[in-house]
Design a protein around this ligand. Sequence first.
Ligand SMILES: [Zn+2]
Length: 143
Amino acid sequence: MVEREPTEIREHYVLTSADYEKGLKEGKLLGLRCKECKQITCPPMIVCQRCGSKELEKTELSGEGELMTFTVIRIPPEGYEAPYIVCLVKTKEDPWIIGRLDYDTEKMSQKMLGKKVRVKGVYAHVDKYSGGEHVCPVFEISQ
Ligand SMILES: [Zn+2]
């Protein structure tokens, strides 16, 4: 079976999820810059996350940001190994993105909030829930 997106949608994708994941594997955090309001959208969406414009161009983010919140997963979904840290990072360019934080889970506390972080790599894992490979950025503390 060939899955196809409607042409109207495909025309507006300048950065697909597949492109985004490929970028992560190559050490790049890719996003979209709105030609109208200059907002950066990441991970990729079909429209600007601020103004809804479809006039987007591909851009590369610095990979730097701030730890906004996190949770330590001790009982993982089936097929995953625990413990690990899921974090929400506010990138320097503004978008908030989810990833993993490479840090000692026993030493995590609320005192870590606000720490500077940067992308250090990628986590890629095939599970039975995502319909394929699950890929996300891995951050490290940079300050
Ligand atoms: Zn916009």
